[in-house]
Design a protein around this ligand. Structure first.
Ligand code: GUN
Length: 283
């Protein structure tokens, strides 16, 4: 039976530590760290994520600004809000919750965020810096995964890491971070043929597909470390991308859903916001 990587507990430790750093920052600079969260539309999952992000921001003592726009908002309307936040010197981080409604061009909207406020690490310059091992804001979900692996002392050097999913938010930055840790990295995706051949060679398997219980025990090597990034709602219940019940019998470490990667994503968003505030104050 695998050791369960407890993301909820680790995220609590990170948040308690941040609480202290945030309060020291406030005392030193006599101002509150502020994160602005922009939500366009009524996607129920996004509404839940945004609510949790705001709650956690306030929990660690930061200020949160919440901007909600209707599904029908035009580019100009969204741009106006982001431009205001960009110019507002009291705002340290701007997060635009993805996905955006289909009529909006994601890259065009994200480009409105000034690089120093990009707490998601989604801007081309941050993505490029990450690839070049230069200082950058690191996308929160893969950042959280690396923190979990390190906290549980999982050996990464020389290991075969296989990622299922090539998204800009998870798969691609995850690959860069694991490469930096000296893993041999493979990215698989929906067009990969013989997926099982790849996953069965994985010492570290990252599932970021978005399909409930997609990764079954026959796809997993004995003793593998399995990280489940999926959050899938089926009949009102939440499932990961991994068939936890059966895969946990084979893996050496596994993350649960909920209580695994999800809380870590939020903790790393707060960490990125803190780092952004420190950088802005030092500039
Ligand atoms: N949608 C799903 N994950 C994320 C994330 O980490 N940041 C943003 N902005 N949107 C998301």
């Amino acid at each position: 039976m695998a050791i369960i990587i407890d993301g909820k507990n680790l995220s609590s430790l990170i948040k308690e530590n941040l609480k202290e750093k945030v309060s020291e920052f406030e005392e030193k600079y006599n101002r509150q760290i502020t994160l602005a969260v922009v939500l366009v539309g009524e996607n129920p999952a996004s509404q839940v994520y945004v609510r949790n992000k705001i709650k956690a921001t306030e929990y660690v003592g930061m200020k949160s600004l919440s901007i909600t726009l209707p599904e029908t908002a035009t580019y100009e309307e969204v741009a106006k809000e982001i431009n205001n936040l960009a110019l507002d010197n009291s705002v340290d981080g701007i997060l635009v919750q993805l996905p955006l409604p289909k009529h909006l061009d994601e890259q065009k909207i994200l480009k409105l965020i000034p690089i120093e406020k990009d707490v998601d690490g989604f801007l081309p310059e941050n993505v490029g810096n990450l690839c070049l091992n230069l200082e950058s804001s690191i996308p929160c979900t893969p950042f959280g995964v690396i923190q979990m692996l390190k906290h549980y002392n999982v050996e990464l050097k020389g290991k075969n890491a296989v990622i299922i999913g090539r998204s800009n938010i998870v798969g691609k930055p995850m690959a860069m971070l694991l490469l930096k840790e000296d893993c041999t990295v493979t990215i698989c995706h929906s067009k990969t043929t013989n997926l099982k051949e790849f996953t069965n060679k994985a010492d570290i398997l990252i599932a970021a597909i978005g399909k409930a219980k997609f990764v079954t025990e026959d796809m997993v090597k004995d003793g593998a470390v399995v990280i489940d990034v999926g959050i899938n709602r089926v009949d009102g219940k939440i499932y990961g991308d991994v068939d936890f019940e059966n895969v946990s019998k084979k893996a050496s470490y596994i993350t649960p859903v909920p209580g695994g990667v999800g809380p870590m994503t939020i903790a790393m968003l707060l960490e990125n916001t803190y780092l952004s505030a420190v950088r802005r104050n030092n500039e």
